[in-house]
Design a protein around this ligand. Sequence first.
Ligand code: NDP
Length: 333
Amino acid sequence: MELFKSMDNLDNKEDSKKTDIKETEKVKCLIIGSGPAGYTAAIYAARANLKPVLYEGLQPGGQLTTTTEVENYPGYPEGVTGPVLMEDLKKQAERFGTDIRWGIATSTDLSNRPHKITIDNKKIIETETVIIATGASAKYLGLDAEKKYAGMGVSACATCDGFFYKGKDVAVVGGGDTAAEEAIYLAGLCNKVYVIVRKNYMRASKTMLARVEKTPNIEVLYEHNTKDLFGKDGVEGANLIKKMGTPEEEEVKINIHGFFLAIGHHPNSDIFADYLDRDDVGYIKTIPGTSKTNIPGVFACGDVQDPHYRQAITAAGSGCVAALDAERFLSSL
Ligand code: NDP
């Protein structure tokens, strides 16, 4: 292994005292994140002999580990569960020698090369290239019922899970473009789609709104908030509050089997904020058609840089791009 360990090789001993840093390690290619983007980057980087080290992050396997059946990932004609798909990707990355480790990147210093990434506030990885594949986390309302019915009616991805609600009644929460898009997608599969919007308007674009309005099996419930979900072995309905906090406030019950959150995603990019260009929401900006960020040697792939598609297969594709960009960067040094 071309890894160099040193107990005393710290640039700043004062900082190390503060953060309890005990160790540094030099690598050529560090991958942060273990979703489809991170593992695909690892497969390509390992095969290109970059000897990648991959830290799995807070949610090993990424968002797909919280879904049940995945039927739109090419190569699995019968479908595959999210956890099995991620385990397969992990094994493939390990087969070519990726060093996969538990741990979370807790801070960064991208001011000079080698870039320094601190893991678990304890250890600094000094790396020639960084591939950021930290993903994005769907936002939830914060109801206990969302946890109770996770994978049993509650989902944050209509494209992933909508198929399981074919012919049934479902609801989408949110008033943005994602909510509109997911409602339209679900309307093609489901009997009826409620859109639960907390304001008296949707902030989605005019085009999307027009499509929502002309879809006969979508009903928009303006000025409604979700109070709770109910059901025995899965979601069977939701209790909503109409015109909350006004004299006309009333409780409304809807019978649904699927409850889809579309209230936005939060890209996991905060630790890079001091160095990388990001958009207003926090998605890392990359040079179109590449995975290159504004800092040479730092690449981003998957959902952390993709507000539009957010699919496992697009994340995997962008992970491949990041590994190829890293390899080319290293050979140009
Ligand atoms: P947005 O931030 O645009 O919308 C989030 C929606 O969720 C808002 O309507 C917001 O309500 C609502 N919301 C937030 N928190 C809560 C809550 N606690 N309870 C109830 N409702 C809540 O996120 P999107 O994911 O829709 O879009 C993100 C970006 O991606 C946007 O720029 C969008 O245009 C873009 N996009 C474009 C698409 C396209 O062009 N086809 C498709 C999908 C996304 P409120 O309005 O009251 O704040």
